[in-house]
Design a protein around this ligand. Structure first.
Ligand SMILES: [Fe+2]
Ligand SMILES: [Fe+2]
Length: 474
């Protein structure tokens, strides 16, 4: 179904035919705009930004590009086209027809999943709101804003589901999504990582690489849902989400390229020399990877989870890419999971697979994260340096799950509190690291110019040159 842009709320869900829902969403819309003005990108409201806007939901040519003032962005409700005769793909109701309405017995769980996903979308916009003031280039500034408006649209996607299928509770939840605030002491966002400040652009690239990728795996799991409107919403969100990870992957790659360039020019690998030349040394980059990777792992939840088992059994949340598995019911199957003994050493335990679904998703995510690590390692090795990066062990620096209270080194070996106090500055960004990275954050807004701590982008957006004036700062 095509997207109708003549309406106050662009949509392809036939909002015109449902007056009550249309009115409810039109009531929510000004609150969303107030939130955007207050909590969206700082000082950006008069900028004209070269943004993509969805115009269709098919794979080819779904977006158009043009200069837009962000408060005038056409946020809307877009669902992927329905799959005809779609059947439930996993769990106890495997092979039955998918649901077009919410079954009463699954209402509370579905609402919780939708609210938790929805909460991350505005949270990340809030986390990133000051970054525009220190953008390393207009190209990067535009990418930040593209990510921000799309996270805003993802909020719309979840609010639509709440309003359309959850009655009064849903409308109240939609209000709450604008009331919580990232990092707020009294009303924080639901998940820990979404309350971490994103104070510098290195963190932004790490966030879009690691944390948006967690989002990708959550959306993949929800795209399998028996609740068809949720599945269709998530399928279209995944199309948009791919770009956010592109921003992360290419952003980090440009930082590595610049660092290697400086190492070569100076003939030195000494972090102090690299820093003095205005680039970010490799050990600091590894520490940022350690931080954002381990923090993002927590988002998958506990290793053994009865909630995850229920979600799977009832058909409301599947495994990412459920279609790649042979058995979609998995009764009686077990998965070996690394559990800690009293000293924090690994003791594998065979856990019923349905209770281990978080771990299944986390494992797929880790393999996906590793692709970037291997690519950056190639860049470093090809330049002749011996500094292999690695993802830390999933046991390292965890705040959620069975490893939460256990201190390990990045290889996952248990360590004493004392040793941890001494060594953690080698493993995680220290106050000094953050201050140094912060000191590099200077605003560069001349078209085609890029800050000294990262390389220029290889290609521009929508076939424009990298030097195009992607943002007009009016
Ligand atoms: Fe999103
Ligand atoms: Fe995203």
């Amino acid at each position: 179904m095509a997207i109708d842009y003549r309406q106050t709320i662009p949509n392809n869900v036939g909002l015109d035919d449902n007056r009550a829902l249309q009115r409810a969403l039109e009531h929510w819309q000004p609150r969303f705009l107030d939130w955007w003005r207050e909590m969206g990108p700082s000082g950006s409201h008069n900028y004209e930004v070269y943004l993509r806007t969805a115009i269709a939901v098919d794979n080819e040519g779904w977006a158009k590009y043009g200069m837009v003032r962000m408060p005038e962005y056409r946020w809307g409700i877009f669902l992927a086209d329905p799959v005809p005769d779609r059947l439930i793909g996993f769990g106890d109701s495997f092979g039955e027809k998918v649901w077009q309405q919410v079954p009463g017995e699954h209402r509370a769980n579905l609402r919780r999943l939708i609210v938790t996903q929805g909460d991350t979308e505005p949270a990340s916009v809030e986390q990133q709101r000051q970054l525009g003031l220190t953008c390393p280039s207009l190209y990067d500034l535009r990418n930040l804003f593209q990510v921000n408006v799309e996270e805003g649209r993802h909020l719309w996607a979840m609010v639509y589901l709440l309003h359309a299928y959850f009655g009064r509770d849903g409308r109240e939840e939609a209000e709450e999504l604008l009331a919580r605030q990232s990092g707020d002491a009294d009303k924080p966002r639901i998940l820990g990582t979404f309350n971490e400040p994103i104070a510098d652009w290195l963190s932004f690239f790490m966030f879009t690489y690691f944390t948006d990728r967690d989002g990708r795996y959550q959306l993949k799991s929800l795209a399998e849902s028996a609740f068809d409107p949720l599945s269709r919403t998530c399928r279209f969100m995944l199309t948009e989400e791919a770009y956010h990870m592109f921003v992360g992957r290419t952003g980090i790659t440009r930082v590595f390229k610049r660092t290697i360039e400086v190492m070569k020019a100076l003939g030195s690998e000494d972090p102090a020399d690299i820093r003095a030349a205005g680039a970010i040394d490799l050990p600091t980059l590894q520490r940022y990877i350690n931080f954002w990777f381990s923090s993002s792992l927590d988002l998958f939840g506990a290793e053994i989870s009865s909630n995850a088992a229920t979600y799977f059994a009832t058909g409301i949340k599947g495994r990412p890419d459920e279609g790649q598995f042979n058995d979609h019911v998995v009764l009686g199957e077990r998965l070996l999971i690394d559990m800690p003994d009293r000293d924090g050493r690994v003791v594998p335990e065979a856990v019923p697979l349905r209770n281990a679904m978080n771990e299944v998703a986390r494992t797929a995510y880790i393999a996906d994260c590793d692709i970037g690590i291997r690519y950056w390692n190639r860049l470093i090795a090809e330049a002749g340096y011996d500094f292999p990066l690695a993802l830390p062990s999933p046991r390292f620096h965890r705040s959620v799950g069975v490893w939460a209270d256990i201190h390990t080194d990045p290889q996952g070996n248990p360590i004493s509190d004392q040793r941890r106090a001494i060594l953690s500055r080698d493993w995680l960004p220290s106050t000094e690291d953050r201050a140094f990275v912060g000191s590099l954050m200077q605003r560069v807004i001349k078209p085609g110019k890029v800050a000294a701590w990262l390389a220029s982008p290889e290609i521009g957006i929508d076939n424009r040159p990298a030097s195009y004036e992607y943002v007009r700062l009016n």
